[in-house]
Design a protein around this ligand. Structure first.
Ligand code: ADP
Length: 503
């Protein structure tokens, strides 16, 4: 048993840095959050200043400790969770970044990825990394820095530079440059890491021109990476995981078949597939999940590009809502969507459709269609898209799914949760603590230092806030799903100029 009273989770996200102190029951004792600057140098480019990331993360951690007057000896360990794939390159001696961090959303390397695909490398990349080649992942971002920042390529060749995802960058700084490390979940998002052999892959390093000397050591997510003395006493850094994997862990998704879905701006579904790395034929990603011990544990991952963002669209562009939670009142004001379907394919459709040209579509409008119907249909679209992912996962993993654990801002919408349960014919479990991302990092760190004995003890903390059980008759459900599939076809057909011809 660690001596400290609390575990600190550092939750370094895309728009803000947060720190949460948890107690043994997994309850939030104190929290602090700070937004930081988003830098958009050109259309489609997104950067962060690595010093902003570091300073805001330090600031909120101290603030969260101060709020409850926590001393370093009160902290049993620090766990880190972070925005994934975002790439930082810094000088090995001075620790100074050579340029801004290139954020996961940044599309500047899309052409590079197209060239790599044209050269026939896609299958090799997928076979090794479980990823579908894309500019999101770190590999092409590192390559861009080495090619475009003056002198960076030569300095990297001379062994003078270090690369890291945000967890590595924080660990490096927390340990005063003594530790250059990452965890397997973050490594699995770089597109340089062989998720089967558990090592950086020479062929991929060569393809992207990345010298091995730049790369961090890779450890399990539950691991004592080092200690920090920056808070006035020694505190172990005892866990790290990428945000989505951390959320699965925070939901106690330790076993094969456990699934969580996050209803945030976008949607992220992760299913633990245990020791099996399942290859997807429907465009899901295979990735490494956070494991409660040293063994490797895999997950299937699918994402919905537009989830809560569709509600924001109703609020900001359609001006139909004052705020997102208000959507629920409108949904329950009508008995159904009146035959209306909204397919929010604002920027194409992801798994299992993968059509980047599809566009947002509304079908089924009649003279009687009201604002309530349109809002309800939009909220329902979050559930339909989630259901599509769920079906794909069930089929590919061949695992029965008994329950879906949910988190993220939009899971607060009771109507949405009940509708999800109905059309997916599944029990939905919404935990009391929906800060599952931070909680996952805390659990990893706490398990490392013996603050929690084992996963059974952690499981006792998982408290259900509310359960939603399916009630809808099978025929009704089938009818709704059939309508959704037809609506999706319309969204795809609309964008396909060749098929449509000129009328
Ligand atoms: P992120 O972490 O991606 O920024 P959050 O998990 O904070 O997102 O969720 C915010 C999203 O959830 C927003 O898109 C918002 O529109 C949506 N949202 C929040 N509350 C509700 C609600 N009660 N009903 C529907 N959508 C909601």
């Amino acid at each position: 048993m660690g001596v400290g009273k609390y575990i600190i989770a550092m939750d370094q996200g895309t728009t803000s840095s947060r720190a949460i102190l948890f107690n043994k029951l997994g309850e939030i004792v104190s929290a602090a959050q700070h937004e930081f600057r988003q830098i958009y140098p050109k259309p489609g480019w997104v950067e962060h200043d690595p010093m902003d990331i570091w300073s805001t993360q330090m600031g909120v951690t101290m603030e969260a400790m101060q709020k409850v007057d926590a001393k370093p000896e009160d902290i049993a360990a620090i766990g880190i969770t972070n925005q994934r794939e975002t790439t930082v390159v810094w000088d090995a001696v001075t620790g100074r970044p050579v340029c801004n961090a290139i954020v996961w959303q940044c599309r500047r390397t899309a052409d590079m990825i197209d060239r790599i695909k044209s050269a026939g490398k896609a299958d090799m990349i997928t076979a090794k990394t479980g990823l579908i080649p894309d500019a999101y992942f770190s590999a092409s971002k590192i390559a861009w820095i080495l090619e475009n920042v003056p002198g960076a390529g030569e300095r990297a060749e001379r062994g003078e530079l270090r690369f890291g995802t945000v967890d590595s960058w924080l660990i490096w700084n927390l340990t005063g440059g003594a530790v250059h490390a990452t965890d397997r979940t973050n490594a699995s998002r770089t597109m340089l890491y062989d998720i089967h052999r558990l090592c950086w892959d020479d062929e991929l390093l060569e393809l992207f021109g990345v010298p091995r000397s730049m790369l961090p050591e890779v450890y399990p997510s539950r691991h004592v990476f080092g200690t920090t003395s920056l808070f006035g006493g020694e505190i172990p850094i005892a866990g790290a995981a990428g945000d989505q994997q951390s959320a699965l862990f925070g939901q106690c998704g330790f076993e094969a078949g456990d699934v969580k879905n996050t209803y945030g701006t976008g949607g992220f579904m992760l299913m633990n597939t245990g020791r099996d790395a399942v290859n997807s034929r429907q465009g899901l990603l295979t990735t490494i999940a956070a494991s409660p011990d040293d063994s490797v544990c895999y997950a299937l991952e699918g994402s919905v590009f537009i989830a809560g963002a569709a509600i924001q669209w109703l609020r900001d562009e359609m001006r139909m809502l004052k705020n997102s939670p208000q959507s629920e009142e409108y949904c329950t004001a009508v008995p159904d969507s009146g035959g209306v379907y909204v397919v929010p394919a604002f920027s194409g459709m992801g798994a299992p459709y993968w059509d980047q040209y599809a566009r947002g579509t509304v079908v089924g409008i009649t003279r009687g269609t009201s604002k309530e119907h349109l809002i309800r249909a939009t909220v329902e679209s979050l559930a339909y898209q989630t259901n599509d992912l769920l079906l794909a996962m069930k089929e590919e993993a061949g695992l029965g799914i008994t329950a879906l654990k949910v988190d993220g801002g939009a899971c607060a919408n009771d109507f949405l949760m009940q509708f999800q349960s109905d059309i997916s014919d599944i029990t939905i479990q919404r935990p009391k603590c929906i800060e599952t991302t931070a909680l996952g990092a805390a659990y990893l760190a706490g398990l490392s230092v013996g603050y929690w004995r084992d996963t059974d003890e952690v499981r006792e903390n998982w408290q259900c806030g509310r359960v939603f059980e399916p009630h809808l008759a099978k025929e009704e459900k089938e009818k709704l799903l059939k309508g959704w599939r037809r609506a999706v076809k319309c969204a795809i057909y609309w964008a396909d100029e060749e098929d449509n011809g000129d009328v």
